[in-house]
Design a binder for this molecule. Sequence first.
Ligand code: AMP
Length: 458
Amino acid sequence: MSSLSPFAALGLPHAIVSAIEQCGYTEPTPVQRETIPAVLAGEDLLVSSQTGSGKTAAFALPLLARLVAPRRDPASRGARVLVLTPTRELAQQVEKAFRTYGRGLRRLKTVTLVGGMPFGPQRRDLTGFVDVIVATPGRLKDHLNSRTLTLAGVEALVLDEADRMLDMGFIDEIREIAAQTPENRQTLLFSATLDGVVGQLAQTLTRSPKRIEIARTPEVAPKISERVLYFDNEGHKAQILTHLLTHEEIDQAVIFTATKRSAEALAERLLQEGVRAAALHGDMAQRARSRVVERLRRGEVQVLVATDVAARGLDVAGISHVINFDPPKQYEDYVHRIGRTGRAGRTGVAITLAHPNEGRLIQGIGRFVGRTLPEVVIAGLEPRFRRSAARPASPRGDGSAGRRTAPSRSLRWEEAQPRWEEPRQSRWEGRHRWAEEGADERNRTRQPGKRPILSLKK
Ligand code: AMP
């Protein structure tokens, strides 16, 4: 007699459990373990969880289970599940997740409504029965205004990365959209934080919600090796980047810059140096953005130079490195950025380049993620100046500034290399098991062996 799969034990129907098995998941993640039974019970939820925690499946799986049951309103042809996401890329990924996990359901129809794409095909997609709509708030609002869809048949509303949607100024759209869905809907709100404005929004949209808080220090910690490298000036920074690209064994990398213009400029520079690079930022037309992501997925692009918003939700298993060419201004963005690597059970490296003046920011990020980001130096490329912010105990003017030595707490690059064969204890046991069994197969099917992506010019 075969024992009950852990996903079936949570109450998911057979068709969905077998799709999960095909994905190679053996154990639910913590957020899935808590969220799935509550969604199946019809509760409203406020869930704080990080990117990479498996939160998409946490809502997609039980909502797909709802779709197995007959429509609440048999007269309606409109979407039964509506998911709002901050960015187009995330919307596309969430829709893909619904299709993947729902492959065992008969005639599941999912539609993505995102800005930057022509209206016509979206309008056509909305004809006939629709089960799931995944949308960015702005475009969904446009469709509502032009009366191309009704939300009267919505049984469940999901706000994914609600904090980010509010950061992006979508509060009015969210309220207006929610007002057009039935009052007896189920509402699930996912956010990195549940405080402040997110909490206020949640209060008005949910009814006696259950709070599920998944501890910070996400499971990315044991899988992603993090480092900080200090630079003196732009020239030094460029040298460090070139060193990384010529010495690190990189499958694919995402380099984050602070602005759209610097993303363009750096991508251009790398292309000239012979790197298969491409830029991804919010000023690009959606078609161009999708094309870049597709090329990245196919391995044609090795280095993606991106801004925060554009790369949010990016889920490409081949990304072995994240390089913060400019450190993130908001602590939370650090978590989202480094979550682009270490996907699909793989390991990853996250490197942050910082100017000594940004030492406090780096310390703040460390406090936010609950671990010190190890500072490393590359032999021959040590920073010229000591960082004052890194020595809180030392008095000002002790004469150390300007010395040509690296901070004494820095590790040499080689000392900081991760040793994955000795995995640290993870609170997410299932993922590790899956990583061992499933990731090999992905490694075989995706990228060839790792090697530096830029060869040194003779
Ligand atoms: P998310 O937090 O939704 O962005 O998901 C992060 C990654 O975890 C995705 O690549 C999923 O395919 C993967 N994932 C989701 N659930 C599980 C699970 N139970 N076991 C292993 N991997 C999972």
